[in-house]
Write a protein that binds this ligand. Sequence first.
Ligand code: NAP
Length: 248
Amino acid sequence: MDRILLVTGGSRGIGAATARLAAARGWDVAINYTRDAAAAEHVAADVRAAGRRALLLQADVADEAQVLAMFARLDAEWGRLAGLVNNAGVVDVAQRVDEMSAARIRRMFEINVFGSLWCAREAVRRMSTRHGGSGGAIVNLSSVAAKLGAPAQYVDYAAAKGAIDTFTLGLAREVAAEGVRVNAVRPGVIATEIHASGGQPDRAERLAPQVPMQRPGSAEEVAEAVVWLLSDAASYTTGAVLDVGGGR
Ligand code: NAP
């Protein structure tokens, strides 16, 4: 049977690496993105080159209506999914909390928290045996920022990722007897374009000396953990939050 995976924010970085590795491990991959269709198409081409099916799904995960439409299209084109990676996420420029606008804080939670909740809810509605599904696995992308708090950088982002950790634990226990496993990966400093989007393109290299392993991680190293948690090899693992941070 085809194993159908949806990766949100799959057009670059950790999401793209996850899509590619999952395809190599036998998953058909639906790739969600918001803006960069060309980058998403590039990832889709790699998935197809690995011999698996790829489907591009444009949707802003912060918008519930767009998430519902995305899942409806996935149902119609491929059927029920067996895996979801809640990877779409954003940071913002370094600011103290007493400098932050309400709009910034709202966006941080709408994309990083609400988006993951909408997608997880829709996945459980399709995967859970309670809803006639045949099980599945959800992996949420948290961050070591949830442990560190990210003072004077982005406490709002850290707090949003803290919510993801708690959501992972609660949802995992809620659906554990319904064939659905829910876990999180907490990456440390990973060399992707997310740092440039927060106005610090050199952040990963700059922080390397603060990482016990003395280097940033790669998107591929995070993808290994994500794809393992999706797989049957992790069949007794649920409610786990796995640090992939070089010791950070
Ligand atoms: P990235 O390179 O900036 O990629 C982000 C991806 O998310 C892109 O594909 C982007 O697509 C998509 N995206 C952004 N907003 C979206 C929205 N509203 N709806 C749907 N897709 C959206 O980020 P990354 O570094 O790979 O990070 C991936 C995840 O890991 C995030 O949750 C991040 O918080 C987490 N993480 C990263 C690090 C790190 O150091 N890199 C560390 C800890 C945790 P478009 O370009 O098309 O908008």
